[in-house]
Ligand binder design. Structure first.
Ligand SMILES: [Ca+2]
Ligand SMILES: [Ca+2]
Ligand SMILES: [Ca+2]
Length: 309
C-alpha cells in the first residue's frame, strides 16, 4: 500500500509534525466457515485411573471431574491445577504418563495433548499401642539445661508441659511396628494420646505442641533413658497437624514422616511443647495415659495405613 492511498491529516504543533492515520479495520468479519481463525490451538488433557483403590481427580477449573468426566480440551498455554482425593481406605500411589504429568501437583501447562494415569491403592489399617516397657516421661534437670534430670518409666501417666521451676516435661511413646510388611508404603500415620488431666492452666506461651519421630529408638537403648530428653530424632518438630478430638490429642503425621515408620522394629516419638517452659514460675502440664495404664483403650496409639506396591 502506497502512502498516497491513505489520506493523512497533518497537524503541526510547535515544529512537530503529527500524521493522524485513519483507523484501518484489520479485523475483517470472520466467515461462518472460518470459526477458529483467531482462536488459540487447543490440546486435550486426559486422566486415567488404575490400581485396586479408588479416588477422585478434579481440575480446579471444573473441566475434569474424574469420576466420569476424565478429559478436557484446553487452550494452548493454559495451566490446569488438580485436586486428587483418595476415597476413605485408599491412598494415592503415584502418577505416571507423559513427562508433564509430574506437574500434576502444582499445575500442568498445555503445549501438547497430555495423558496422565493416577494410581489409587487400597490400604490396610493397623493400630499399635504404646509399649509400657519403653514409654514414660522425663523432667529437664534445670530450667535451661536442655537435658533430662528425672524420669518415670512405670507411671500410668505421661506429662507434657513445665514445672514451677520452669523445667520442661516431655514424654516418649514407643510402638513395635515390626509386624508391618517389609515393603509397606505408609500412606497415613497418626499418633494419638488421651488426656487424663492437667495441672495448672496457663498454656499460652508454649509455642505449640510438637512431636519428633525416630526410626528405632531414642538414645542407645529402647528403654526410657534420661538422655532420651535430648537425643537426636530422625525428624524433629516436623510439619504435622494436631487435631484435638474430645480428650484425644491426634498428631497427623505428614508425608515426610511416613517413610520413617520402622517396618522392622520400634518406632518412637517424643511429645513436647515448642518452648521448654512458659516462664511463669508455675506448674503447667497435661497428663496423658501411658502404655502402663490398665485400660488399653486409653493408651497412646499409633494408627498406620499402608499399601504394598
Ligand atoms: Ca512406661
Ligand atoms: Ca532410649
Ligand atoms: Ca509454667
Amino acid at each position: 500500500m502506497k502512502t498516497a492511498d491513505i489520506p493523512l491529516k497533518r497537524i503541526v504543533m510547535a515544529g512537530l509534525w503529527l500524521f493522524l492515520i485513519p483507523m484501518v479495520n484489520f479485523s475483517s468479519p470472520v466467515g461462518a466457515n472460518d470459526p477458529g481463525a483467531y482462536a488459540l490451538a487447543q490440546y486435550t488433557l486426559t486422566i486415567t485411573k488404575s490400581g485396586d483403590g479408588s479416588g477422585l481427580v478434579t481440575s480446579t477449573d471444573g473441566g475434569i471431574n474424574c469420576g466420569a468426566d476424565c478429559s478436557q480440551a484446553y487452550d494452548q498455554g493454559k495451566v490446569v491445577n488438580f485436586t486428587i482425593t483418595p476415597d476413605a481406605g485408599s491412598a494415592l500411589a503415584g502418577v505416571s504418563g507423559d513427562a508433564e504429568c509430574a506437574d500434576i501437583y502444582w499445575g500442568i501447562q498445555m503445549f501438547s495433548d497430555i495423558a496422565c494415569n493416577v494410581e489409587f491403592r487400597f490400604t490396610t489399617k493397623n493400630i499399635f499401642l504404646s509399649s509400657a516397657a519403653y514409654d514414660g516421661w522425663i523432667r529437664e534437670s534445670t530450667e535451661t539445661s536442655g537435658v533430662g534430670g528425672v524420669m518415670h518409666s512405670t507411671s500410668n501417666v505421661l506429662n507434657v508441659g513445665d514445672t514451677a521451676k520452669d523445667q520442661q516435661l516431655l514424654s516418649i511413646v514407643s510402638f513395635d511396628t515390626a509386624s508391618l510388611p517389609d515393603n509397606a508404603v505408609v500412606s497415613y500415620a497418626e499418633v494419638a494420646l488421651k488426656q487424663q488431666g492437667q495441672v495448672g492452666s496457663d498454656f499460652s506461651n508454649f509455642i505449640g505442641r510438637q512431636i519428633d519421630i525416630v526410626t528405632g529408638f531414642f538414645g542407645d537403648s529402647p528403654n526410657l533413658q534420661l538422655t532420651d530428653f535430648q537425643a537426636a530424632a530422625s525428624l524433629g518438630t516436623p510439619p504435622k497437624e494436631l487435631v484435638v478430638t474430645g480428650d484425644w490429642w491426634r498428631f497427623i503425621l505428614r508425608n515426610k514422616f511416613q517413610p520413617l515408620v520402622n517396618l522392622s522394629g520400634l518406632t518412637q516419638f517424643r511429645v513436647h511443647y515448642g518452648a521448654g517452659d512458659n516462664d511463669n514460675g508455675a506448674t503447667d502440664y497435661y497428663r496423658f495415659y501411658s502404655g502402663n495404664f490398665a485400660g488399653k483403650a486409653s493408651r497412646p496409639r499409633l494408627v498406620i495405613e499402608y499399601y504394598v506396591p
